[in-house]
Ligand binder design. Structure first.
Ligand code: ZN
Length: 68
């Protein structure tokens, strides 16, 4: 299995979730879950994820079903 790192904090991924092949560590995942839309951190995380998604767009992914 390929070594993943968290797309938000950049730490090596030892736990957490994989979204579209991108890892989010447990602590970032929990922070995301607990955030309200409109919160600065929420926007930051959303943006971090979106940027990572864009980098992998094209051949591999179709993002039309991506909602966050
Ligand atoms: Zn993280």
């Amino acid at each position: 299995m390929k070594k993943q790192s968290c797309i938000i904090c950049g730490k090596p991924l030892t736990d957490g979730i994989i979204v579209n092949g991108k890892g989010i560590c447990k602590s970032c995942e929990e922070r995301l879950i607990n955030l309200e839309p409109g919160n600065d951190f929420y926007e930051y995380y959303k943006e971090s994820i979106r940027k990572n998604m864009i980098q992998t767009r094209g051949a591999e992914y179709n993002c039309q079903n991506y909602h966050l």
